[in-house]
Design a binder for this molecule. Structure first.
Ligand code: NDP
Length: 411
């Protein structure tokens, strides 16, 4: 019998993960998938201790997660949650805290691996706190890199921390990035979102219910709206440029409605490598948790014959201008991506609160970027290099976005 040139294929070793972890944003969609991965791996005998978990306002969800995961410390960003946390977790031995400082404390506590899954720029401070400890940060949050890419990468490098991408596209690229110095192009795939085939007239009347009804992924409200405008792909373009030091003009975006191919890397010899799997965020989360090994989780594997077809199309820049705005911001450099991110967060919130229509989101972002380029946003002139500088740009862009949203407002 031939023993094979490559040995040990498919021989699964036991008990490979021995980690103490923290989960920032445990009550969200990524938080729920992370809990599912942790519980499955624990049930298989892997040693995963939870040091700290955090949430924003969902105190009951945080309590439920605490009782399931048994962390040492639990923090809610909302100060008013402290009394309820204390009451519900009394006699469990779990320490509790509330407020932004408590969330930062959670990130600063001793753990080897931190899931960064708070939505928006609110993740920046705790993510920087985790990076300053020189540990591995599994980065699901993308807004951190969009508003403060240089600061995040520089902090990771200075403190010897490792950033592992969890966003499915960047995780896919990371999985096939065997020769980074030989990469020619990267291609990010996009599902196209719920409005891929809708007319502009229909999109103008769409509300949050339609925008959040994503065809292939179940996600939080903000990223769902970003997927509907294609701003999500714009944010991911900036994220990819930052994570992989790739120039903007060598990153393509292609719409792939089945969400099976999560992204592709084309090498200098014409070979293209891709990562494929049914859409399930547990896959990149488990990859990041087990890296450099792989975790044996029960995820559905690909059944090629049942797929029938994989299709691809160019993004439509007329119906989805947000992607072009993000490209332009990345090319412009300086504070532009931080402005884009903050304006988008405010515009999405205004849409979710029914203050503006769906098509107004990109118009508000465009308006704020124009003000910034014309030097009309206070404190916004150069690349923000510290947390305080990022916050100055962020605040100025949010205020301008709010003003424009009010002008465009429907109520
Ligand atoms: P969710 O809205 O489902 O969850 C967000 C989490 O952040 C919740 O735990 C929420 O707490 C917490 N949070 C909100 N505001 C604050 C705050 N000010 N301070 C501290 N915590 C806060 O989002 P998702 O899980 O969908 O996404 C999280 C991040 O991961 C986003 O950046 C997104 O772009 C990215 N991502 C998500 C994917 C997905 O499939 N969902 C895929 C790839 C990337 P509470 O529940 O209490 O409000």
């Amino acid at each position: 019998q031939c023993t094979g040139f490559i040995r040990n294929i498919g021989l699964m070793a036991q008990a490979m993960i021995n980690k103490r972890i923290s989960i920032l944003g445990v009550t969200g969609s990524i938080g729920a998938s992370t809990i599912a991965v942790v519980e499955e791996l624990r049930a298989r005998g892997e040693s995963i201790e939870v040091e700290a978990i955090t949430a924003g306002r969902n105190v009951e969800g945080l309590i439920e997660a605490a009782l399931r995961l048994r962390p040492k410390f639990v923090a809610a960003a909302h100060e008013g949650s402290l009394a309820r946390l204390k009451e519900a977790l009394a006699h469990t031995g779990i320490e509790v805290g509330a407020g932004a400082n408590a969330v930062e404390e959670a990130a600063s506590r001793p753990s080897d691996w931190v899931m960064s899954a708070i939505v928006g720029a609110a993740a920046l401070q705790p993510t920087l706190a985790a990076l300053r400890r020189g540990v591995t940060v599994a980065l699901a949050n993308k807004e951190c890199l969009v508003c403060a890419g240089e600061l995040v990468i520089e902090t990771a490098q200075r403190h010897g921390a490792r950033l592992l991408p969890v966003d499915s596209e960047h995780n896919a690229i990371f999985q096939v990035l065997h020769h980074p110095e030989r990469v020619d192009r990267m291609t990010l795939t996009a599902s196209g979102g719920p409005f891929r085939t809708w007319s502009l007239e229909a999109m103008a009347k769409a509300g949050p219910e339609q925008a959040c009804a994503h065809p292939t992924w179940a996600m939080g409200a903000k990223i769902s709206v970003d997927s509907a405008t294609l701003m999500n792909k714009g944010l991911e373009l900036i994220e990819a440029a930052c994570l992989f030091a790739m120039p903007e003009d060598r990153i393509d975006v292609v719409v792939h409605p089945q969400s099976i191919i999560h992204s592709l890397v084309t090498y200098c010899d014409g070979s293209t490598l891709a990562q494929l799997s049914p859409p399930d965020m547990r896959v990149p989360i488990a990859f990041a948790l087990a890296w450099p090994d792989r975790a044996p989780i029960k995820a559905k594997a690909l059944d090629l014959c049942s797929l029938q077809q994989l299709t691809f199309e160019q993004p439509d820049g007329v119906r989805f201008p947000a992607l072009g705005l993000a490209r332009a911001a990345l090319r412009a450099g300086g504070p532009a991506t931080a402005v884009l991110n903050a304006a988008n967060e405010q515009a999405v919130e205004a849409f979710l609160n029914r203050r503006i229509g769906f098509l107004d989101i990109a118009r508000v972002v465009e308006g704020v970027l124009e003000l910034s380029a014309a030097g009309k946003l206070p404190s916004v002139s150069k690349t923000p290099r510290s947390f305080d500088e990022v916050m100055l740009v962020d605040n100025a862009a949010r205020m301008a976005a709010d003003r424009l949203a009010t002008q465009r407002g429907v109520g």
